[in-house]
Write a protein that binds this ligand. Structure first.
Ligand code: DC
Length: 218
């Protein structure tokens, strides 16, 4: 029996997480937040003060880390038994994740961990290379993007709402820097699969995006 897979790729802040979770819930499918795997590795590497340029050392951490994803109402992630959920969303975690994710051997080691999420009745996989590499034979593919200014504005609003001090121009610079790194890396760069549906969410509500993705499947 084939297991249906929907991939949602795109740059950070395009709304992939919100859309993927909502669609997965609506369909009753499993959900893979592949960015959180790279983010978990970033946390492990930062905790162990590993040199980010030492690829062998980073790969060793990737191989050794035991990850446990508990995805009921909210996603809870444990790294070697420790609940790291609160650290996953930090800007420092995301920036380090983007650096370790550029290492080819790291991506190779983390490939199977991602493929293991493909289980019945189906999977919604969100990331950068879900439709191009990890699930290249997926039946449904979306490339979800928004302008850098719009994505920075959303992130700024999110942080402010959480009571976290934020600076819009710094966030814009970080988003542009992260986009550049994710797009220009040699292995599995952020790119649209030729058979993906392109959605620019800059001027769309989140519900309109969710409907468009659900229509693709129905
Ligand atoms: O989606 P996110 O912001 O949580 O991802 C954090 C970083 O992880 C992102 O900057 C690049 C990397 N990443 C990746 O290289 N491939 C994926 N499939 C998902 C994330």
């Amino acid at each position: 029996m084939t297991i249906p897979v929907l991939t949602i790729d795109g740059p950070s802040g395009a709304g992939k997480g919100t859309v993927s979770r909502a669609v997965a819930k609506k369909l009753g499918w499993n959900y893979l937040d592949s960015g959180s795997i790279y983010r978990s590795l970033a946390i492990a590497v930062l905790q162990q003060a590993v040199d980010l340029e030492d690829e062998t050392a980073v790969v060793n951490v990737a191989q050794a880390m035991a990850l446990d994803f508990d995805c009921h109402d909210e996603l809870v992630v444990r790294l070697d038994g420790e609940d790291i959920t609160a650290q996953l969303g930090l800007e420092s975690t995301g920036n380090t994740a983007s650096i370790v994710a550029a290492l080819p051997e790291v991506r190779h080691v983390l490939l199977q961990k991602q493929k293991d999420f493909k289980r019945l009745p189906g999977l919604v996989a969100d990331g950068r290379d879900m439709g191009t590499v990890v699930f290249s034979d997926a039946e449904y593919k979306v490339f979800l993007t928004a302008s850098a200014a719009e994505r920075a504005g959303r992130r700024y609003k999110q942080l402010k709402e959480k009571g976290i001090d934020a600076n819009l121009s710094r966030i814009t610079n970080e988003i542009e820097e992260r986009d550049r790194r994710d797009r220009e890396r040699k292995t599995a760069p952020l790119a649209m699969a030729s058979d993906a549906r392109y959605i620019d969410s800059s001027d769309m509500t989140i519900n309109a995006v969710i409907d468009e993705v659900l229509n693709l499947i129905r």
